[in-house]
Design a protein around this ligand. Structure first.
Ligand SMILES: Cc1cc2nc3c(=O)[nH]c(=O)nc-3n(C[C@H](O)[C@H](O)[C@H](O)COP(=O)(O)OP(=O)(O)OC[C@H]3O[C@@H](n4cnc5c(N)ncnc54)[C@H](O)[C@@H]3O)c2cc1C
Length: 309
């Protein structure tokens, strides 16, 4: 991992920096590159033209690691409203939630009940709920809650990180229960004992897991294979493998983040790939935003330019 990436990921956990940044107009200007606005309405307004262009969306309310029950319940209620509002607007939009935002650190049973409530509302509104994956310390608890809810509802899917050494085993157990998986490379600072550190190792792991997901779905195991990445060379190789395995359009999806490789996302959709764009919103954007900077430290220059513009 580069020094710049490592320092940025460390900074993403600083409450002091978060407070300083949130109060600065230049920082809010820079964040707009990755986020159309701070409220749900802005995210859904951005989803509408994407839908017209043939791209679906995933929306997420920024926030994580809530420390009390009231806040966790408010997050659940917010996502229930999201599902209702998406249905009202007739959008091809699915929410994605972090379990620590739904109270994983507060009460695991409450968190599971909240995810179950979201899965039920997703069924009632014809939608689907994605579960994000956070730092490795949360993976066991996240899988536990996900498995409990997935055993009762097929309206939930889970993100897995290719950089974690444990992921091949986790993937096998989740495919066996028919789960839909969104595979990503991994966005956090993790020790070498638990995660590959080098780009080549991570990319190779991603490709092996992607192959397993595609093979699983053609063998009627597993749910929808989703690839959350902006790595277009990787997407092309996945497209080639999907074609070779006889998977048609709609049999797999690519998800990208709002503001990253936008033209390429549209081009992929026009070429017949099912694409969704993940749109974030909310005021707790600091840790999430700094993770986006860490993915491409050159993005820091964009922040510097926002200081003077
Ligand atoms: C839909 C979606 C959901 C995600 N959910 C999670 C999650 O739940 N948990 C988790 O740990 N991680 C999540 N991530 C983040 C992921 O782990 C990676 O950190 C991120 O996607 C960057 O990796 P990459 O696959 O795009 O490949 P990279 O090899 O990092 O990037 C490929 C190319 O994409 C472009 N690019 C990538 N990132 C950026 C950026 N920030 N700014 C500008 N250009 C960029 C660059 O041109 C780069 O060369 C998610 C990502 C996506 C797309």
């Amino acid at each position: 991992m580069s020094l710049a990436r490592s320092l940025l990921l460390k900074a993403s956990r600083s409450a002091w920096l978060a407070d300083q940044f949130r109060r600065r107009a230049f920082a809010r200007r820079a964040v707009r590159r990755f986020m159309p606005g701070e409220d749900l309405g802005s995210a859904l307004d951005a989803a509408a033209p994407l839908a017209s262009a043939g791209l679906g969306t995933v929306v997420t309310a920024l926030g994580e690691r809530v420390t009390n029950r009231a806040e966790a319940e408010a997050v659940r209620d917010h996502y229930l409203q999201v599902l209702d509002e998406v249905q009202r607007r007739g959008l091809p939009t699915q929410p994605s939630v972090k379990l620590t935002h739904l109270g994983l650190d507060v009460d695991r049973a409450l968190c599971a009940a909240s995810l179950r409530a979201l899965a039920d509302r997703a069924r009632a509104t014809g939608s689907f709920v994605w579960v994000d994956i956070e730092e490795s310390q949360y993976v066991d608890a996240t899988l536990d809650v996900f498995r409990r809810v997935r055993a009762e509802s097929d309206r939930v899917g889970l993100c897995l990180q290719a950089y974690l050494r444990r992921t091949p085993a986790d993937l096998e157990s989740l495919l066996a229960m028919g789960a839909s998986i969104r595979l990503v490379k991994g966005a956090y600072r993790e020790p070498a004992a638990v995660a590959f550190q080098d780009t080549h190792g991570i990319d190779a792991a991603y490709e092996r897991l992607a192959e397993r997901m595609l093979r699983a779905v053609t063998g009627l195991e597993g749910g929808l294979p989703v690839f959350g990445t902006h790595d277009l060379a990787l997407v092309e190789r996945i497209r080639g493998r999907a074609r070779a395995l006889g998977l048609g359009p709609g049999g797999w999806e690519v998800h990208m983040l709002y503001g990253i490789r936008t033209a390429e996302a549209h081009a992929l959709a026009r070429s017949g790939v099912a694409v969704r764009v993940l749109v974030s919103y909310g005021t707790h954007w600091f840790p999430w935003y700094v993770r986006r900077l860490a993915e491409r430290p050159a993005n820091v220059w964009f922040v510097v330019r926002s200081l003077v513009s």
